[in-house]
Ligand binder design. Structure first.
Ligand code: ARG
Length: 260
């Protein structure tokens, strides 16, 4: 009798454990019953996405809050995955990410490979340089080395400038590397989006900047999805609601400290 009881108990426990195992798996991204969406990002871009290393290794920022807010309205959780900016479009194409939020601009070239939501934040390009190098206009860049993030529209912008002014373009994978290279004197300047550049200007007293006038939408941010993803329309609808009901503005104030 006792033996039978022990056997029964063991069986019940085994079944219980197995059940735990499966439910765990089902909640992971990539399974058929998807409750978690993987958000690809490049966490080198405060205040859009970054890590406050003194505090934790969690990726935080405007994009993370916005992505999580929209996903949760649609019944999803979000797992944030850090990658190089240059690999994000490919990550969508290969199914490593369900959507990308990385201050990414919906350019015609990218639209050939991925779909985009509407723009949720606009931006301009800035030339960041050391105060002592006295760079105040595009003409002042003549003969200088200009750093840009690999695969960004700032890289495209640099190529455009190079047609008029003789500059040497250097690319790096991460934005902080551009700042480092300037501080150590290897780069004379860098092209960085205005809100991100401002963050560095406030911290690094030897740096300065100026805006190269562009239409604000030219460098705006949108959410990217794999081509024909069913998420695009759903996300866009929620984004629209958040624009209308002031929720988006609240996040703008939280992360950028003011309205656009
Ligand atoms: N808006 C620019 C682009 O789409 C730069 C974005 C860079 N984002 C980042 N997380 N580093 O090319």
């Amino acid at each position: 009798m006792k033996k039978v009881l022990i056997l029964l108990l063991t069986m019940v426990m085994a079944v219980g454990l197995a059940a735990c195992g499966t439910s765990d798996k089902e909640n992971k991204a990539g399974s058929s019953d998807k409750k978690v969406l993987v958000m690809g990002t490049s966490a080198d871009y405060a205040p859009f996405e970054y890590v406050e290393t003194e505090k934790s290794d969690e990726i935080i920022g405007f994009d993370v809050d916005l992505g999580k807010a929209i996903a949760s309205k649609l019944g999803y959780k979000v797992e944030v995955k850090d990658m190089d900016f240059n690999g994000l479009v490919q990550a969508l194409k290969s199914g490593q990410a369900d959507f990308v939020m990385a201050g990414m601009t919906p350019t015609p070239k990218r639209k050939k490979n991925v779909d985009f939501s509407d723009i949720y934040y606009t931006a301009k390009h800035m030339i960041v340089s050391k105060k002592e190098s006295n760079i105040k206009s595009l003409e002042d860049l003549k003969g200088k080395t200009v750093g840009v993030q690999l695969g960004s529209i700032q890289e495209e912008k640099a190529k455009e400038i190079a047609k008029q002014v003789d500059i040497k373009i250097e690319d790096r994978n991460r934005i902080p590397d551009l700042i480092q290279e300037m501080k150590s004197g290897r780069f004379d300047a860098a092209i960085i989006e205005d809100t991100v550049a401002k963050g560095y200007i406030n911290k690094e007293k030897d740096l300065t900047d100026f805006t190269i006038s562009d239409k604000p939408e030219d460098a705006g941010s949108a959410i990217a999805f794999p081509k024909n993803s069913e998420l695009t329309k759903k996300f866009n609808e929620e984004l629209k609601k958040m624009k209308e009901n002031g929720e988006l503005d609240k996040l703008v104030v939280k992360w950028f400290g003011g309205e656009q």
